[in-house]
Design a protein around this ligand. Structure first.
Ligand code: SF4
Length: 453
């Protein structure tokens, strides 16, 4: 069976095998198994449910040949750019910068969604599928007619030729059914299954290009900090095993054939770690959810190598967590990343942003993070701190006391993320400050761009 069909209008490749391991490389790798339509104007890529997932134009106006658009499971189109800024890798730890179509706190990047060539592609990709389908059908008709005329071609060869066309037509018909409207409906089904939209993904999800399956094990958070834009009104509550199992079944259906391209879960939402220290959930909620997800999503059969688990945690949930939880996480077939919102080790700053914690509690949590990171190979705890031009004078010195003075020598594990507070306000001063702090920090230090699913 042929995988590729080339006709004058387009070239179609079915089930192309992309990279099977998430890698940090300056070359634009595409992950997983996908199908592709290439015309003289554009390249479109589709997942195993035949839903469009990536696109790029071949127009000369396209900003950079190595840049592309990716559609998320939340049905957002994200423009991956080289950044037009040499420090992209140093700033975010990745070679390509996700430019988001909604307001966020990114300090770098341009405005690709203002470019006519980007909008032209976003409004025409579905039409390109339709034209490809018509072209393949016409090509089959003329090929069949010429087969009939060629008496020398045996019947089996003629049949084979028709059957081969059939696979491409089937793919195109299925891709055509995935209209922008039906993709939006599917996204809504995902949010319904989760009971919410994931309004922020952990920064560590960058390690898998944000390709995560969200499994919500608890709702809400402990602190409801004044500065936070992503908090929900819900009081913290752990979901029941039945709710989690039901969600897994629904997610399996939504991710469908394409689940084989996934190897990572996000145990949401804002303080998944607290499900492990809460009275009603206990350690079992986290461990059982992780194990059930691994089994039902069949991560052992994933095309992508390894498996990853992401979670958010808080100072309270980290300090209350039973040591046994980390031992159990460490033994799971996942590499687990837990991101803790510390925000500041300076009391004036904590008071200003309305985080109901003391600087001492933050310092203790930071030390606990170092301890856990040194004990468990498969568990990595990372931390967030805020950045802004107008924070109290003690904020950055307090940050440096932790990430420089308290750490004897540079470490590779336990990244710290600096999250600008301002939305849609890139600031040279804040970027300059970030570079200064990164240079002084003895832990891997990156910018945190808030990204939703
Ligand atoms: S920063 Fe974290 S703990 Fe504070 S309100 Fe936001 S989600 Fe809740």
């Amino acid at each position: 069976m042929f995988n590729t069909l080339s006709i004058p209008y387009c070239k179609i490749t079915l089930n192309k095998r992309g990279a099977d391991e998430y890698t940090k490389i300056s070359f634009p790798l595409k992950y997983g198994i996908f199908s592709e339509i290439e015309t003289s104007d554009a390249i479109l890529q589709f997942n195993l449910n035949h839903e469009i997932v990536r696109a790029k134009s071949k127009d000369r106006q396209w900003l950079q040949p190595s840049e592309w658009l990716k559609r998320s499971m939340g049905n957002d189109w994200i423009y991956y750019s080289t950044g037009g800024y040499t420090g992209v890798f140093e700033s975010i730890g990745e070679y390509y910068l996700p430019n988001l179509p909604y307001p966020t706190n990114s300090l770098i990047g341009g405005k690709p969604f203002d470019e006519p060539v980007v909008n032209q592609l976003l409004s025409s990709w579905h039409e390109i599928i339709g034209k490809s389908l018509d072209s393949v059908k016409n090509s089959r008709k003329s090929s069949h007619n010429s087969d009939l005329k060629r008496f020398s071609l045996d019947d089996r060869a003629k049949e084979h030729n028709l059957e081969n066309y059939h696979n491409f037509i089937e793919f195109l018909e299925s891709a055509l059914k995935n209209t922008p409207q039906s993709l939006q409906k599917k996204t809504e089904a995902l949010f319904n299954a989760s009971g919410c939209r994931v309004t922020v993904m952990p920064p560590d999800a960058r390690h898998v290009d944000y390709d995560i399956i969200p499994l919500i094990i608890s709702d809400g958070c402990l602190y409801k900090c004044r500065f936070c834009r992503v908090k929900s009104d819900r009081p913290f509550a752990v979901r029941s095993f039945n709710q989690i199992k039901e969600q897994i079944e629904q997610l399996k259906e939504i991710y469908g054939h394409n689940i084989i391209n996934y190897n990572s879960i996000f145990l949401g939402d804002h303080d998944g770690l607290n499900a492990g220290s809460s009275l009603d959930g206990g350690i079992d909620t986290i461990i059982t959810a992780a194990e059930e997800a691994y089994k039902h999503f069949q991560f052992d059969k994933s095309y992508m190598k390894g498996a990853n688990l992401f979670m958010f945690g808080s100072v309270g949930s980290l300090m209350n967590a039973d040591h046994k939880l980390f031992e159990l996480l460490n033994r799971l077939p996942y590499r687990s990343y837990i991101n803790i919102g510390l925000e500041s080790a300076d009391q004036d700053t904590l008071d200003l942003i309305g985080k109901p914690l003391s600087a001492l509690q933050v310092e203790e949590a930071f030390m606990e993070i170092q301890r856990i990171n040194s004990l468990f190979d498969n568990v990595e705890i990372t931390a967030n701190f805020i950045m802004d031009e107008n924070l109290p004078a003690g904020h950055y010195p307090a940050f440096l006391r932790l990430v420089r003075e308290s750490i004897k020598r540079p470490k590779e594990k336990g990244a710290v993320y600096l999250s600008p507070l301002r939305i849609n306000k890139p600031s040279r001063e804040v970027l300059f400050e970030f570079n200064r702090l990164k240079t002084l920090s003895r832990l891997p230090t990156f910018l945190y761009i808030i990204q939703r699913l």
